[in-house]
Design a protein around this ligand. Structure first.
Ligand code: ADP
Ligand code: MG
Length: 458
């Protein structure tokens, strides 16, 4: 496959997964919450072709196809929010390839097969993992585990915020161990998969098989173990799985969005097991690391990216996942549309200034009201009401703040919109929120979420 078609596939996959995530963002608080059906169904589909005005989405079977066809308008609207283009979606059913009969003996399984059997994504390895001050401790711990799996740090518990590279690092360990010794039974398992498989095996009375599969492993990696919180039966089984693997000399690697002592509704005996190995954290990537990651991602996708341009992107975008998304969007906009050969300063500059313009002109007062009201679960009429009930006062002040600071509306104008007689109320409200943001990180997070929702809703 040439570079361009590899890139094209990446781009489609990335766009599609961003669209799917508009339907549901898994919560990070470890509580069980179930995604909407359409989300789960969309996850089984693939965007396989995309032009300026048409998209083809591949479905597993006709049931999925029929379900999605009923929702096509909504999906097209979501696609519009991401691409700013009216694109018509059609659904097709995967053509089943006739199964090739496997060769009688296969002497050597390629690394791809090994990885696939272990559930490890091919894209994550140490070779494409950049190290800087924010992740060097975790990296060193990972290396120590690779050198002596099952011996030193059991479990290795890696925690950190979204997109800091936990999954990447955990997978890289599994891969390296397999490369060193292809006979090792390595298995990578997203936390929710482990839970679902166990629940299924209980329903279908196949727990024996489930146990056999997990308890005989040399290396078990469970990604996002925090999902186990509050699930007693699953914790019980995981406790035994954990013990059998460790006592047989195997290695356990866990990732989580928080350290073991902050996972609520976790049995004490599991918590103490988790803390019994080595717990390391990964901090949000610093500027150098973000630049390095961009350069790595660009190289992998066959995109020519100037280092100066990478630095500008790294300055403006601070989370890893968004880095990759931004890179792909810029590439799609300039390489494919304008036939630029590389991403340089000029391209980046015009991308960000276009984006700025779009942002400014698109968000309306109504968007602000709707987003904030739905966030705080109040009605727009309650915001515009004179009542001083505290449930409405704060959301109202947030509205003032966003209209003033982000839409740059005049105080008088805001007063009129919110039916306040006097614009000093607005000055007071805006100032109050501004102070709270400075003092209280939770409030800051709240406002950031609102602003994010706001830019998604337009
Ligand atoms: P997490 O599991 O912590 O949410 P991921 O491992 O999924 O984060 O990382 C998000 C994205 O950022 C992935 O594409 C990953 O390859 C990339 N990434 C994160 N950290 C690094 C790094 N140090 N070097 C290279 N890529 C990284
Ligand atoms: Mg992850």
């Amino acid at each position: 496959m040439d570079k361009l078609s590899t890139f094209y596939k990446h781009m489609l996959a990335d766009l599609w997964s961003r669209l799917i995530s508009l339907y549901y963002q898994p919560k990070n608080d470890g509580e069980a919450d179930s995604p909407p059906v359409i989300y789960s169904i969309l996850k089984q589909t693939k965007l396989v072709d995309l032009t300026e005005d048409k998209a083809v989405v591949e479905c597993e079977n006709s049931g999925v196809k029929m379900f999605l066809e009923k929702k096509v308008k909504d999906i097209e609207n979501k696609l519009f929010t991401l691409t700013q283009k009216r694109i018509k979606i059609t659904f097709s059913i995967i053509e089943k390839k006739t199964k090739k009969t496997p060769p009688l003996f296969s002497f050597q399984s390629s690394i791809e097969n090994l990885l696939a059997n272990a559930g490890l994504p091919i894209k994550y390895s140490f070779d494409n993992f950049a190290v800087s001050s924010t992740n060097q401790v975790a990296y060193a711990a990972a290396q120590a585990v690779v050198a002596n799996p099952g011996k030193n740090y059991n479990p290795l518990f890696i925690y950190g915020g979204v997109g800091v590279g936990k999954t990447h690092l955990a997978c890289a360990i599994g891969r390296k161990i397999l490369e060193q010794n292809p006979k090792k039974k390595v298995f990578f398992c997203p936390g929710d998969l482990f839970i679902n498989e166990l629940i299924e095996s209980i329903q279908e009375k196949t727990t024996q098989q489930f146990r056999k599969k997990y308890r005989r492993l040399d290396v078990l990696i469970v990604d996002d173990i925090q999902f186990i919180a509050g699930k007693e039966r699953v914790q019980e089984d995981f406790f035994h799985t954990f013990n059998s693997i460790v006592s047989a000399g195997g290695q356990i690697i866990l990732t989580s969005d928080r350290p073991p002592n902050e996972i609520s509704k976790l049995e004490d005996r599991l918590r103490s097991r988790f803390l019994g190995g080595l717990t390391v954290d990964i901090q949000p990537p610093d500027f150098e690391l973000r630049t390095a990651i961009l350069l790595i991602k660009a190289r992998e996708k066959g995109i020519v990216l100037d280092i100066e341009a990478a630095k500008i992107i790294a300055e403006k975008v601070d989370d890893c996942r968004a880095l990759e998304g931004t890179l792909l969007t810029i590439y799609a906009n300039f390489f494919i549309k304008e036939k630029k050969e590389k991403i340089d300063l000029e391209v980046v500059d015009s991308f960000f200034s276009q984006k700025e313009q779009n942002n400014q002109k698109k968000i309306t007062v109504n968007d602000v009201l709707k987003t904030i009201c739905s966030y705080y679960n109040v009605k727009i009429s309650q915001i515009k009401d004179q009542t001083r009930i505290s449930n409405f006062v704060f959301p109202r002040q947030v509205v003032m703040y966003v209209l003033r600071e982000h839409l740059k509306l005049k105080q008088e104008e805001i007063a009129r919109l919110l039916k306040r007689k006097d614009h000093t109320t607005i000055i007071h409200g805006v100032e109050k929120v501004r102070q709270l943001i400075l003092k209280n990180p939770l409030i800051k997070e709240e406002i950031d979420t609102i602003l994010k929702n706001l830019s998604l809703s337009t």
